[in-house]
Design a protein around this ligand. Structure first.
Ligand SMILES: Cc1cc2nc3c(=O)[nH]c(=O)nc-3n(C[C@H](O)[C@H](O)[C@H](O)COP(=O)(O)OP(=O)(O)OC[C@H]3O[C@@H](n4cnc5c(N)ncnc54)[C@H](O)[C@@H]3O)c2cc1C
Length: 549
């Protein structure tokens, strides 16, 4: 607020202006450096255009509206016939349309469903990261649509029928058969009442029918139920199998999906998550019978990457809000941004954000290169669960600390921090919860031990100049192969992510890599932000990079 405003009783001053109408790319030095280092520097101008559009006041407002006006399940029509549709606020549709126009669901695929060439993963991740700073709920169907293609590759003929609709940049929310639509979205249902992690315990059954399978049973969580088709797991005669279940049967009638109710969730409120029953619902088989987990894991690996990027995006918005506010707010006759303890706190958070940004885009580069480089494929395999564990767990305490930087303003709903805070835990819970990610790192080590050890050696080699790297790698190796490795896996997996972050920083942000290694590898950071031992020059560099003055 540059112009003081007069109320009957007081003037308004000493409030920060809204953080909106900003270029989310140009104001983020860590993002720009990581994009350039990981091969997408040529996209800088386009990313800036994207950053301005998503950073506009109108987009922040659409995000607010989509979350304040939550989706409603319309189970029946006025005469008692089933409808099984969910109604959304126009702001949700607007966000979906923007996202799909930007290709967030499709830009990593070629028109034939094969992987687009590098740096498509890095470029998409940079965009998804900026979107996540604005609105997260609508990203759920966007993520699932792009990831489903990974699993559908197991059924080339089916993929060939659908791919044009999947990769269409047009959002079409109409509840009509998929072949009549301008573009379609895909979701997935694995979790049942008796288990989400242990999907082999699924009780839903699949019986072969004339043109596919008839699926009977339920899913306890099935998000974005207005998607046009869902990857689901069910027990076929040959064992647990992956299927694609459309909302409409091939004759144009509504398929047997009965939406029971919507979840009343802590956050993620713009997105609908349903409980659903399948009543002899028609589905196509995807992959061989009995190979359901193997097939759907191709999708899950991609959704895990989006959990990482999504959490990173939320952290970035929280940091930007905090740094921005402290530059305007005066307490005890001095700007908060000039108070030593506040500077140290926000710099420590900025250091964490530098690491998360570098780590996320370095991982996406591995996805870009995996098809042609076995070492990068091994890196993606080992580090995806470790990075998901670390980044998704980092988001809630990070956002909380940012909220506190804004004092009472941080806690109220007009600013996005309260929403971000409620949203943040979900990325750690779904797509493989924390412990499950650690078990997945152990699995990679036991099944592909040689390749995993080579990844660890690469990380140490990249960090050769950084204090604490060798000791960290030795701890990881020792702990994960010990007899009680499973019990202690969290400590080792966290350190694996920190080591990978230090390695990523040496490549994209060498100016801050030493500070990161010194405060996160060589010594342990304290229980809250602001406790890392940073020199004044490091604090200045970090705050400068975090947000241009
Ligand atoms: C908002 C929201 C939307 C969702 N949308 C979908 C969706 O669209 N489709 C879908 O299929 N699912 C969805 N889910 C479900 C989600 O994927 C599951 O909740 C998740 O996989 C965990 O499964 P669970 O709830 O059955 O917990 P459980 O499997 O019972 O796990 C409980 C806890 O035990 C831990 N644990 C499990 N095994 C071990 C072990 N061996 N050692 C140590 N700890 C272990 C887990 O890490 C977890 O912390 C959604 C969930 C939420 C919250």
């Amino acid at each position: 607020m540059t112009v003081p405003q007069r109320f009957d009783t007081h003037d308004i001053f000493n409030q920060s202006p809204p953080f909106e109408n900003v270029d989310l790319f140009a104001t983020d030095r860590a993002l720009q450096d990581a994009v350039a280092t990981n091969g997408a520097g040529a996209e800088a101008a386009a990313l800036s255009e994207f950053g301005r559009r998503w950073g506009s006041a109108a987009m922040f407002d659409a995000a607010r509206l989509a979350n304040e006006n939550t989706p409603k399940l319309k189970t029946f029509d006025t005469k008692g016939f089933r409808r099984d549709v969910v109604e959304f606020h126009p702001a949700y549709h607007q966000l979906m349309a923007e996202s799909m126009r930007d290709g967030m669901h499709a830009s990593t695929w070629n028109p034939d469903g094969t992987r687009a060439k590098p740096p498509s993963e890095v470029a998409r991740a940079a965009r998804y990261f900026m979107e996540a700073q604005v609105e997260n709920g609508h990203q759920c169907p966007i993520t699932m649509t792009r990831a489903c293609v990974g699993a559908l590759a197991a059924e080339p003929a089916l993929l060939a029928r659908l791919i044009e609709k999947i990769t269409s940049r047009r959002y079409d929310p109409r509840f009509i058969p998929w072949w009549e639509k301008d573009g379609i979205t895909l979701g997935m249902g694995m979790t049942e009442k008796q288990g989400g992690t242990d999907v082999r315990a699924n009780t839903t059954t699949a019986s072969p029918s004339a043109d596919g399978y008839a699926i009977t049973g339920h899913k306890w969580f099935m998000s974005a139920p207005m998607c046009d088709a869902f990857l689901v797991l069910a027990q076929a005669p040959g064992g647990l199998t992956c299927f694609l279940m459309p909302r409409f049967r091939s004759d144009g009638s509504v398929n047997g999906l009965r939406l029971q109710r919507l979840k009343d969730k802590l956050g993620n409120r713009s997105n609908a998550s349903s409980e659903v029953e399948f009543v002899e619902a028609f589905a196509w088989r995807v992959g061989e019978e009995g190979r359901g987990v193997r097939t759907i894991i191709e999708m899950v690996q991609l959704t895990r990457v989006d959990c990482i990027i999504g959490s990173a995006g939320m952290m970035r918005m929280a940091l930007a809000q905090a740094v921005h506010h402290t530059r305007y707010r005066t307490v005890f006759q001095r700007k908060l941004a000039d108070q030593p303890m506040m500077r140290h706190l926000t710099a420590d958070m900025a250091l964490e954000m530098e690491a998360v940004t570098a780590l996320m885009l370095r991982l996406c580069r591995s996805f870009d290169l995996a098809a042609s480089d076995a070492r990068e494929a091994a890196r993606a395999r080992l580090l995806t669960p470790a990075v998901k564990y670390f980044v998704c767990k980092s988001a809630p305490p990070f956002i909380y600390e940012a909220m506190e930087c804004l004092g009472g303003n941080g806690y109220v709903e007009e600013l996005p921090l309260a929403r971000l805070y409620r949203e943040a835990p979900v990325n750690a819970i779904w797509e493989g919860s924390g412990n499950v990610m650690c078990l997945d790192v152990l699995r990679a080590l036991s099944r592909e031990g040689e390749a995993a050890r080579a990844v660890l050696a690469d990380l140490v080699g990249t960090c050769a100049d950084l204090g604490g790297a060798r000791e960290t790698a030795a701890f990881i190796g020792r702990t994960l192969i010990a007899a009680d490795g499973e019990a202690k896996a969290r400590a080792a997996v966290e350190k694996l992510a920190l080591l990978a972050a230090a390695a990523a920083l040496t490549e994209s942000a060498p100016a801050v890599a030493h500070a990161f290694a010194r405060t996160r590898l060589a010594t342990a950071r304290g229980g809250s932000y602001g406790t890392a031992d940073l020199a004044a020059a490091e604090v200045a560099t970090l705050l400068d990079r975090a947000l241009p003055a």
